[in-house]
Structure formats: structure tokens, C-alpha cells
Design a protein around this ligand. Structure first.
Ligand SMILES: Nc1nc2c(ncn2[C@@H]2O[C@H](COP(=O)(O)OP(=O)(O)OP(=O)(O)O)[C@@H](O)[C@H]2O)c(=O)[nH]1
Ligand SMILES: [Mg+2]
Length: 321
């Protein structure tokens, strides 16, 4: 999702002041070029400047938001979990309504100004500014909501939804970020405590013809509604972005192995090709891993990070068969 143009959304007063400031500083009617212009033309120019400034600002806001009807599934679900899409649509269309109203009011005012004398012109302009201000004030609630939405959208991870993707799944503190740093150039924070990773870590490695995106996707056994933001993002990444998953088991058991097995079962339900990797092999007795593999009849185990990369490359080739 491209959110580059998503600038801060301000309140109506900010946009009004900017518009009124423009006519003040443009000094229409005071330059030698304007000396011979009729007052009527100058006042018309001023209100057109106000209109352009406000309508441009409103249109820019509307256009800066993504098209919520055509989001990739991952972002669509993410928006759904954190924002009310109907309110978003409604508030964006309220801004559109405001821009249209200001446009109509300006045309109407320009017509009224034709052949008006100086006193009438002042009065018409005053009334125009009053009406424009009250239209803008009605936009405060939508502007507020859109700023709130913008902050949420900016907190979303930059996931490439059209790139071949490996998700690293597993309980907190099992060594997911460490594995990410071994297979990609990413430098995630690694900590000796659970929940070190607070936003999705993403890295890339080169397969033969394309990049592979690797997402460090922390998981727990919480129900979706009970998950925190990063757990939700991780869940949606596995469900909607992952082509393949590697599940990290940690037999030093920062979390009971029964829970890790349950999470593994949940991941399998997502129906993605899934590999198993054992972290912390340097501090686990040799036969512990072998016995565990045998007990659970695992066949899809990758012994080392390098083997994971090779397995992913094989998996990528298979997808065209
Ligand atoms: N000895 C040893 N320690 C490891 C290994 N992999 C990870 N660790 C340690 O385990 C702890 C957790 O590692 P992380 O990679 O941060 O684990 P994580 O799964 O990303 O943790 P969260 O982000 O909290 O979910 C750190 O202290 C690491 O240094 C390993 O292969 N061997
Ligand atoms: Mg981590």
C-alpha cells in the first residue's frame, strides 16, 4: 500500500487561515499591474483564490487516501480490524461535498459581484467568507477522523503483497528475529525477553530470479479478537501474504512445548507449505531434537538457516508445476 502522500490532516481553521493568508499576501490591487483593474475584478480574483486554496487542500486529502475498495487482501483485513471503513468512506465523501459546496458558492458569489459597487462588494465578500467558514467548520469532524485514520494507516507494516513471501512463525522469545537476521540482511532487534519484536520485522534475500520477502511473525494462542496489533498483523500476514511458513520450535521451552505444538497446529490450519526449524541447537542436547522429531513424526524439518533458503528455493520452483 503506497502511503507516501499521506500528509497530516489539519483542522478547518488551518486551511481557512492558509486561504485567507494567501489573499492577504498576494496583495491584489496594490501592484502597478493591478492599478487600472476594476475593484470588482480584484475582489472576484480574491474569492477565487480562496476557493482554489480550500478545494485544492480538500482534494489533496481525498486523493492521498488509498482506494479502500481495491486494497490487497492483507491491507483490506488490516483496515477492517482497525478502522470503520464505512465511516472512512463517508468522511471522505463529506470532504468532497464541502469542496463542491465551496465551488458552487464561489460561482454564485462571482455572479453577484458583477456590476456591484464598492460597498456592495465588501458586503458580498464578507458574506462569502462567513459562508465558506461555516462549510469548513462542518468539515472538522471528518478532518479529525481522517487524521486519526492516517495515523493508523501509517502504523501499518510495509508488506509487499505481490512478492514471494516466507513467514517466520513461533512463540515469543524462541529466536524468530535471530533466524530472520541469519537468512536476510535485516537487522532486527533481538532480546533475551519475550515480545522484543513490537512491529513486523521484514527482510529480503535473493533467490535466483526474484527477491523473497521474509516476515518475522510473532504468534500466540490468543483468539484473533484478543490479539494485540502486531499479533493481528502477523496472523494476517501468514494468512494472506505467506507463500510458505517456517515454524520455529524452541526446545529450551521459554514457552511449554505443548503450547508451541498447539500454535504449530494452528499454523498448519492456514494450509501453507510449512517447514520446521529448531532454534538454540547449540544449547540443546543432540538427541532431544531427534527424539522430538520422531515423537511427532515431522518430515519437513530444516536443520540450518542455509537449508531453509535452499528449501524455499525448491518450493518456489514447484509452484509452477
Ligand atoms: N544460544 C542461542 N540463543 C539464541 C538462538 N537464537 C536466539 N537466541 C536467543 O534467544 C533470545 C530471543 O531471540 P529473538 O530472536 O529475539 O527471539 P524472537 O522469537 O524474535 O522473540 P520476540 O521478538 O520476543 O517474539 C535472544 O536472547 C537470542 O540471543 C540460538 O540459536 N542459540
Ligand atoms: Mg523478535
Amino acid at each position: 500500500m503506497n502511503l507516501k502522500g499521506l500528509d497530516q490532516v489539519r483542522n478547518s481553521e488551518f486551511y481557512l487561515n492558509a486561504a485567507l493568508g494567501k489573499i492577504k499576501y498576494a496583495q491584489l490591487g496594490t501592484t502597478p499591474k493591478d492599478r487600472d483593474k476594476k475593484k470588482e475584478l480584484i475582489e472576484k480574483e480574491k474569492i477565487k483564490m480562496i476557493k482554489t486554496s480550500l478545494c485544492d487542500a480538500l482534494t489533496r486529502i481525498i486523493k492521498s487516501f488509498p482506494d479502500f475498495d481495491n486494497l490487497a487482501e492483507f491491507y483490506d483485513k488490516l483496515v477492517e480490524t482497525s478502522l470503520d471503513k464505512d465511516t472512512l468512506r463517508k468522511e471522505l465523501s463529506t470532504l468532497n461535498w464541502g469542496a463542491q459546496k465551496i465551488d458552487e458558492l464561489t460561482s454564485e458569489t462571482v455572479r453577484k459581484m458583477s456590476s456591484a459597487d464598492d460597498k456592495q462588494l465588501r458586503k458580498i465578500k464578507g458574506a462569502y467568507i462567513g459562508r465558506v467558514s461555516s462549510i469548513m467548520k462542518r468539515l472538522n469532524r471528518p478532518l479529525d477522523f481522517l487524521e486519526h485514520a492516517r495515523r493508523i494507516l501509517l502504523s501499518f507494516p510495509s508488506v509487499k503483497t505481490d512478492t514471494y513471501t516466507l513467514c517466520i512463525s513461533g512463540f515469543p522469545n524462541v529466536g524468530k528475529s535471530t533466524l530472520l537476521s541469519k537468512v536476510t540482511t535485516a537487522k532486527p532487534e533481538i532480546g533475551a525477553y519475550a515480545f522484543t519484536t513490537k512491529s513486523l520485522n521484514i527482510g529480503y534475500f535473493d533467490a535466483r530470479f526474484e527477491k523473497v520477502q521474509v516476515i518475522d511473525s510473532p504468534g500466540t494462542l490468543a483468539r484473533f479478537e484478543k490479539m494485540n496489533n502486531i499479533e493481528k498483523q502477523a496472523y494476517l500476514a501468514i494468512k494472506y501474504v505467506a507463500d510458505v511458513v517456517v515454524f520455529v520450535f524452541d526446545l529450551t521451552e521459554p514457552y511449554p512445548i505443548e503450547d508451541q505444538l498447539r500454535l504449530y497446529e494452528n499454523v498448519l490450519e492456514m494450509d501453507k507449505p510449512t517447514f520446521i526449524y529448531f532454534s538454540k541447537q547449540d544449547i540443546i542436547k543432540d538427541d532431544r531434537i531427534e527424539n522430538f522429531i520422531e515423537e511427532n513424526k515431522f518430515i519437513n524439518v530444516v536443520a540450518k538457516p542455509d537449508d531453509l533458503v535452499t528449501s524455499i528455493q525448491k518450493q518456489m520452483k514447484n509452484r509452477f508445476r
